[in-house]
Design a binder for this molecule. Structure first.
Ligand code: PHE
Ligand code: ZN
Length: 881
């Protein structure tokens, strides 16, 4: 046996069904801060689809085994072998057996926040993906489904609340002691990653929900003592989610209880454990004073997301972790649709596409690119990515676009029908849509297998003589790690031909065909389409609603884009046309820096001016239009030899230009949107605040004293966190004189509120000045900061690495060094958070040579450090590949 053997990658093609199944699991858990005892009784049987005569092989992770018995008989040392990471029972009888295992663990020492850990004294669990094996030895894979009964016992003082999956079937005192217990039973077979348990001192918000078939479900949201008054919005979002899933997908809840627990220390956003969702408290707690409009929208979306997993994830789960997108992409699609129905559909689409481009397109363009369904992994924790989640959702959205509303619903119905109770695959999912619609989805399935963002090049030409409009379309999928040659994809391209008055012209294809529902099917490397009866020169509105997650270039002129920004009937493309103008300007201005004169911003000013003037538009939409592509967007568009300082300067120039040129409109709009009445988080009110703040921001970009004074007044008059934080950020970024007093006032007001102080950390970490590095370092010693809390790390250090391009990419490399040092310091404590921080280097290859070599050296230094976690080792190795 070789020491330090590299863990072998796991391959999709190596999948084999489990050799042993577990029908029931009885857990008896005695909670103790340092010595928690776990007794697991597993009713196991050989899997008829497994290998005959196999030993019982169970996973473990840092476990201490105290006893193991088979059918009631303690096993002799020769009958099994145990290490902290596995337990093998040799030569078991090939028949149903009962395995009983006793393990002990220390929840207080669990800094990885996987398995059973404590957050502010509250016992809680996190088992996805492979955390259950940190609680007991188990076949910890999603295709082993069991019925769980959990008895949990604790000191009544320490943990008056005891929660588990499913329904509570018994509870009571343990006579003559200060301890009590509860027994929870979940009748639905589930994989181990959906197991959960909570014990602690928590306040509860209660409500109930009457399902479509008239069953009453008790709802509970548990929060830190004293914070119940901040859980109301989450409860409201939960009830709306439950109703929506019945109405739109026919999915009804299936237990008598649905509980949510908010904890302060959590690696991710939230977790869909059956009947007992556990949340990062950032995505539960909200009040007008402490949460921004964006926080409210996130809470609504994540509450919905975890709830929707009950059907897409829990009732139908994943066969193996390669199928992660089966639950995540689909559930993101569902939560996006929910938010679209609750709010403004176009504005939600714009926000989602912005996120997709900034995170997923960036991932696809760098060394960490991977398919929506990866075919190999070294550490599954590193695949909870924008590609699996956001691009995975886009793939489902494309299915809907291709099949139409009814065809899509027919496929979903068949999926729920056929696979309820299964651990399914992407193939199972696609087959349902293919069968329900009588179509072949073989080529479409490439979206799951080929990584990289497809590029579409579109050339449109109008011929007056034949009154025809021709589109020549070429698709190209760039090479990505491990994938040199690719096959053409199926791309649903929604489009319109916009006439001179902004009207949509009929789409009559030359071959007599119709562009069904305005969607062209692109499935070859090159294709041409000719539209007939096009009497006047149209402007093509391409990829409407962002119907496909592709990078599209076309021969539309600047005038065409200005026209679309003002007239397209598709709101997404109105927005996108203005963004395309802005992006082109920023790229040209970045390239021109120092050399030639800056290009003219007049077309963009014209387009944005018209948008601001159009009283019929939703303020939230106008706010999106006014918000320029980010520096990262510009960097991605430039693609190579990126100089973040040049981009920052160009973007600053453009903001000033816009502030000056649009001043009269901005000054008129700002007071028109002044708040009236008390704060409400609904989309309409949020949109008014967003636009008012966008005006404030562009005006302040000019740095004129009156505009800075307006921002100060805005900050001081704010009666809600959205306005207060926005004004603070305007001052912190654009008014060095006012920055410190404003930051101090904000801190003084919210010093006891960690989630608000995170905003204060994040904002300071994003200041685009060389002093920021020292500021961030100093703040790591602030009493409110803690390396042990992922939210704090992400707010302060994650904001520096991923939301401050000029400072992370300092020309002297000090930003890279700081992040690499932090990754190494964090790795021993929490590998997942460390690995995510390291992924800030994902675009290093696109940098100009000096920064590129400095960044590479730091990633290499991390990679070469002995004793790395698999999480960090994997990101480091792939980043360098
Ligand atoms: N499954 C969770 C979600 O999407 C995410 C998660 C993954 C949480 C792993 C914790 C650990 O919704
Ligand atoms: Zn999810």
């Amino acid at each position: 046996m070789s020491r330090d053997a590299e863990p072998q990658p796991v391959r999709l093609s190596d999948y084999r069904p489990p050799d042993w199944l577990v029908d029931t699991v009885h857990l008896d858990i005695r909670l103790d801060p340092h010595a928690t005892r776990v007794i697991a009784r597993l009713a196991m049987r050989p899997n008829p689809d497994g290998r005959e005569g196999s030993p019982i092989v169970l996973d473990g992770d840092e476990l201490v085994l105290k006893a193991v018995s088979l059918d009631g008989t303690p096993l002799a040392g020769t009958a099994y072998s145990a290490t902290p990471s596995g337990l093998t029972l040799f030569a078991p009888p090939q028949q149903p057996v009962t395995v009983e295992i006793e393990t002990w663990l220390d929840p207080s020492a669990n800094t990885k926040l996987m398995g059973l850990f404590r957050s502010s004294g509250v016992y809680c669990t996190q088992c996805e993906a492979e955390g259950f094996r940190r609680i007991t030895y188990f076949p910890d894979r999603p295709d082993v489904l069991s019925v769980y009964t959990t008895r949990v016992e604790a000191e009544r003082e320490e943990a008056p609340i005891l929660l588990g999956n499913g329904n509570r079937v018994e509870a009571g005192e343990i006579d003559g002691t200060s301890r009590h217990y509860a027994i929870w039973h979940d009748p639905w077979p589930k994989p181990s990653y959906l197991f959960a348990l909570v014990g602690g001192r928590l306040d509860k918000v209660s409500d109930d929900f009457l399902t479509a078939t008239g069953r009453r479900v008790e709802l509970g949201i548990y929060v830190e003592p004293g914070k119940a008054d901040r859980a109301g919005y989450a409860m409201d979002a939960l009830k709306r989610s439950m109703r929506w899933d019945e109405e739109v997908f026919g999915c009804e809840y299936d237990l008598d209880v649905f509980n949510i627990v908010a904890v302060a220390d959590f690696n991710m956003g939230a977790m869909e454990n059956k009947g007992l969702n556990i949340f990062n408290d950032k995505y539960v707690l909200a009040s007008p004073e402490t949460a921004t409009d964006a926080d409210y929208a996130n809470i609504e979306a994540i509450i919905a997301h975890e709830y929707f997993h009950n059907w897409t994830g829990n009732r139908i789960t994943c066969r193996d972790w390669f199928q992660l997108c089966l639950k995540e992409g689909l559930t993101v699609f569902r939560d996006q649709e929910f938010s679209s129905d609750q709010r403004s559909r176009p504005v939600k689409r714009i926000a989602d596409v912005r996120l997709l481009k900034s995170h997923q397109f960036a991932e696809d363009a760098g060394p960490l690119a991977h398919p929506v369904r990866p075919s190999t992994y070294r550490e599954i924790n590193n695949f909870y990515t924008a590609t699996v989640y956001e691009k995975g959702a886009e793939v489902v959205r494309m299915l809907k676009t291709l099949l139409g509303e009814e065809g899509f619903r027919a496929g979903m119905d068949l999926y729920f029908d056929r696979h309820d109770g299964d651990a399914a695959t992407v193939e199972d999912f696609l087959s349902c849509f293919a069968e329900a619609n009588g179509i072949d989805l073989t080529q479409f399935a490439l979206w799951y297998a080929q990584s990289g963002t497809p590029e579409l090049e579109v050339v449109g030409s109008w011929d007056a003589a034949t009154r025809s409009y021709r589109l020549d379309i070429a698709q190209h999928l760039p090479a990505t790690p491990g994938q040199e040659d690719k096959a053409p994809m199926v791309i649903p391209l929604a489009l319109g031909l916009v006439g001179p008055e902004g009207e949509d012209m009929p789409l009559v294809l030359d071959d007599g065909g119709n562009a069904q529902r305005g969607v062209l099917l692109i499935d070859q490397p090159r294709q041409s389409f000719v539209f007939r009866e096009v009497a006047t020169r149209p402007v093509a509105s391409l990829n409407r609603g962002f119907s496909a997650p592709v990078k599209l270039t076309s021969n539309l002129s600047t005038d065409d884009l200005v026209f679309l920004a003002g007239h397209d009937s598709d709101p997404f493309n109105r927005f996108d046309a203005a963004q395309t103008l802005a992006l082109a300007h920023l790229v040209a201005a970045t390239r021109a820096r120092g050399a030639s004169p800056a290009p003219s911003a007049t077309p963009l000013v014209e387009a944005l001016g018209a948008t601001l003037e159009d009283a019929a538009l939703d303020p939230a939409f106008v706010a999106q239009a006014l918000s320029l592509p980010s520096e990262t967007d510009v960097a991605r568009e430039i693609g190579r030899d990126v100089d973040p300082d040049a981009i920052h300067a160009a973007r600053g120039d453009l903001r000033r230009t816009l502030g000056d040129a649009l001043r009269p409109l901005l000054e008129a709009t700002y007071p028109r949107l002044a708040p009236f009445g008390t704060y409400a988080p609904d989309a309409g009110s949020a949109g008014r605040r967003a636009l008012r703040n966008a005006c404030l921001d562009l005006l302040a970009a000019t740095a004129a004293p009156a505009d800075i004074a307006r921002a100060v007044a805005h900050f001081e008059a704010a009666d809600n966190m959205t306005d207060r934080l926005f004004a603070l950020s305007v001052l912190a970024h654009g008014a060095p004189q006012q920055r410190e007093p404003a930051l101090a006032a904000f801190y003084a007001r919210f010093r006891d509120d960690p989630l608000v102080i995170d905003k204060w950390f994040a904002l300071q970490a994003q200041i685009a000045e060389p002093e920021t590095l020292e500021r961030v370092r100093t703040l790591t010693n602030h009493p409110a900061f803690a390396m042990s809390n992922p939210n704090r790390v992400r707010a302060l250090i994650g904001s520096y690495s991923s939301a401050n391009p000029t400072q992370f990419n300092r020309a002297d490399g000090a930003g890279y060094r700081f992040i690499a040092d932090t990754v190494l310091a964090l790795d021993g404590r929490n590998p997942q958070v460390a690995a995510r921080l390291l992924s800030a280097f994902k675009s290093w290859r696109a940098l100009e040579p000096q920064r590129r070599s400095l960044a590479e050296a730091e990633v290499r230094r991390v990679a070469d450090t002995p004793g790395l976690s698999p999480d960090v080792a994997d990101i480091a190795a792939r980043s360098l590949s």
